[in-house]
Write a protein that binds this ligand. Structure first.
Ligand code: Q0Z
Length: 294
């Protein structure tokens, strides 16, 4: 535990306070599968996710919360903590978080496919009839969600989102979210990767609307290998399919506690995260670790 005040815990992330206007955003190596945190961490998973976020903050150039990955200005850390945090942490501007998840979908999958199949729902209100599972949508759609108390996000209609945010902020978030998705999807496509959907968070700081949180990571996005995409069929997830398949092979019923991962499954999952980093960013992960001092 760091000496910094702890602000929040997510399933796989932690936030600490650096000062009144800055937070330390930390990606751990914890992994969730079927909504359960597994007992074994995946070494470097947090660094892969941080590296992907940093790649897109840089590529997109859209106003965001990143200040620095250099922890020299954070006085309260021990040497051991600096080693642990290298490559997996960012000092970010503290923002007033907008309480809506800004989801963009380019393909019909997950909760949106379930709504569509059942004959309608908030994410389907602008979709034509006759689409299949995993189909590419005629154009990307903005399908906001709220954090429900169950821990699962709940899709909300455009009218409901406008009531919560006001028309002006709704339209600004929709414009920013679609623009970021289109840019990232175009970039991924050049590498044979489909960005099926993704989720952004935004916040206000000093009157500016900032992209916050992790961005375009395998945890906040669905990335598919383009050559494994067949409309009408389930598409394997880049990073998690391997560990899901192993969990399924054990007969586990998805109720906690999950089975312990054997070393070869931990190592195989790590390889897939590293592959995802290299495929998505076009950079070498060993170089990322070295530059981060990890
Ligand atoms: C993000 C979350 C958690 C990781 C708060 N720049 C910011 N300013 C204010 N608040 C946040 C951010 Cl990123 C913020 N979250 C989500 C929770 C670990 C991310 F426990 N919560």
């Amino acid at each position: 535990m760091l000496a910094l005040p702890h602000v929040a815990s997510g399933k796989v992330r932690e936030i600490y306070e650096v000062d009144a206007s800055h937070l330390l955003f930390v990606a751990t190596d914890r992994i969730s599968a079927y909504d359960v945190i597994l007992a074994q961490p995946i070494p470097d998973k947090g660094r892969v996710l941080t590296g992907v976020s940093l790649h897109f903050f840089d590529l997109l150039g859209t106003p965001n919360h990143l200040v620095t990955t250099d922890l020299d200005g954070v006085e309260e850390l021990t040497d051991d903590q600096r080693v642990y945090l290298a490559g997996r942490s960012m000092v970010v501007r503290r923002a007033e978080v907008i309480p809506v998840e800004c989801v963009v979908r380019g393909y019909l999958y997950g909760s949106s496919w379930r709504e569509y199949q059942q004959g309608g729902g908030p994410t389907t209100e602008h979709l034509p009839a006759g689409l299949e599972m995993a189909d590419r949508l005629p154009e990307p759609i903005f399908t906001p969600a709220t954090k429900a108390t169950t821990g699962h996000d709940e899709n909300i209609t455009e009218a409901d989102t406008r009531r919560r945010l006001g028309d002006e902020l709704f339209e600004e978030l929709r414009r920013r979210s679609l623009e970021i998705y289109l840019r990232a999807a175009e970039y991924a496509a050049e590498r044979g990767v489909i960005l099926a959907d993704t989720k952004f968070e935004f916040g206000h700081a000093d009157g500016e609307l900032l992209l916050i949180d992790e961005v375009l990571t395998p945890d906040s996005s669905r990335y598919w290998p383009a050559d494994e995409w067949r409309p009408g069929q389930a598409v394997p997830s880049f990073d998690k399919q391997f560990v899901r398949d192993w969990l399924d092979s054990t007969g586990w019923d998805h109720a906690p506690p999950p089975p312990d991962l054997p070393p070869e499954v931990i190592e195989g999952t790590r390889s897939r995260y590293v592959e995802a980093y290299e495929r998505i960013t076009g950079a070498n992960f060993a170089d990322y670790l070295e530059a981060a001092g990890a």
